[in-house]
Each structure stands twice: as structure tokens, then as C-alpha cells.
Design a protein around this ligand. Sequence first.
Ligand code: KIV
Length: 271
Amino acid sequence: MSVNKEIKRITVHILQAMKAKGEKISMLTAYDYSMARILDESGIDVLLVGDSASNVMAGHETTLPITLNEMIYHASSVVRAVKRSLVVVDLPFGSYQGNSMKALESTIRIMKESGAHAVKLEGGVEIEESIKRILSAGVPVMGHLGLTPQSIYKFGTYTVRAKEEEEAEKLKTDALALQEMGCFAIVLEKIPAKLAKEVSESLYIPTIGIGGGQHTDGQVLVTHDMLGITKDFQPRFLRRYVELFDVIKEATQQYIKDVKNRDFPNDKEQY
Ligand code: KIV
């Protein structure tokens, strides 16, 4: 008897079925081939090619400078590595706001040139036209509410959003509107856990939280934060599973020592 070893790819429908069954969704960011291979082989459900690449890969202070071409480069590298995970790509700042035709053109470039499976946009009813146009082209859309880093200069700080009644009400309205428009999931970033719970329970599409507490339908972290590669970023919601900055530094220092001491390469490490 032959065993079917084919890996079942995660789809947007599978994610919605997971919510219906009460199974939590795991999501992490990825920006390059090697890391994406490890995360995909580990069994992560969704890989987000986040515009946080602007911070962790390029060293910018905000997510605003990253370009569409750079996002496509990161996304193509991730897609080449992935056998199972759903790959979602952030539309970068300036590639969709205020112009739904531009939003569609940016999305088509991402889908054609990288082979990704879905896109993510930040915002609620203000970007309805862009979301609807992208959906009409058959591309799945993930929403993003709460702390939306592309609007950092409007907020002024990276503190918790929607603590006040008015902003919380707007967020609830936006979440329902995104579901109504046809989004397949919504990221809820840095909002009170009580509000994230209420929103998650009001929707049939999954919510993926980052700093939104334990009641969202899934969780997402920036991989470089979760692995301790970034050092200075220490928000309360972050759990570091390993301190890779220190591990890599120690290995590098040992390598430098071995080279200086003529210990590397040894007789067996040469031709
Ligand atoms: O760009 C990103 O990494 C994100 C996550 C924080 C959700 O949007």
C-alpha cells in the first residue's frame, strides 16, 4: 500500500474551519528563505511577510520606508521555502492608501511576482474600496486593526490602542465591516484583552492577536523578537523562547578566537 506523503497546504478555508473547531492558529513573520524553511518545517500555520522587515531586516525605525519591490523580494524568498504554510504579504505604506486601483496593481504585482497566497492591509472602513477591489480580483485579504504601525505618526507612540470607549467602538465597527467586506481574518495588535475577546466572539472569521491577550483565535509574533535576535524590544506581550543574539554572538566569538589562534581550519577541515 502506498502512503500519501503529500503535505496538506493551509488555506484560508482551513483557518476558518480551525476557528469553528476552536483550534488556535499559529502565525510568525518570515522574510527570507532559510528562516521560512525552518518555520514551515516546524508546522507554523501562517507565515506573514510583514513590513516589519523594514525594522528587523533593514534597520529602519518605522515600517514606512520599505518599498513594494523590497516586499516582493522578501515574499519570493519565503514562498520558495514553503511547503505547507499560508503565506500572507503586507502591502507596504504608500502602495494602497487612498487609491484602490493602485492597491489592486500592488497586489497583482505581489501575487504574480512572489507566488504568495494572500495580502494584509492596515485599516478599517477608510480602505473599504481598496479591499473590495482586491477581493474582486480573487485575492484573499487579511485585515489589521488596533495598533497599525504604518500610522505611527498619527498615533505618536506605540502604546496600547482602543483603551477609550470611542476608539474601541470604532474598532468593533471596523472589525464587523472587514468581515462583511469579505476579509478572511483580522490581526488585532496591542489592544486590551477584553476588547480582543469581545471582537473575536462577534466574528466568524478568525482574529490573530499580537498583544491582544489569550482570547483571539490565533497568535502572531515577529520571529526575530520571539527568537531573541532583536535585543532592545521588550514589550509586555512578547515571550522570548531563546536568546539567539547571545547564542550567535558566543559562536562568532569562538570562531574569531579559533581563526586568530590558527585552530580553524584543522587538518580534517581542508583538502
Ligand atoms: O509587519 C508585521 O510584522 C506585522 C505583525 C506585527 C502583525 O504586521
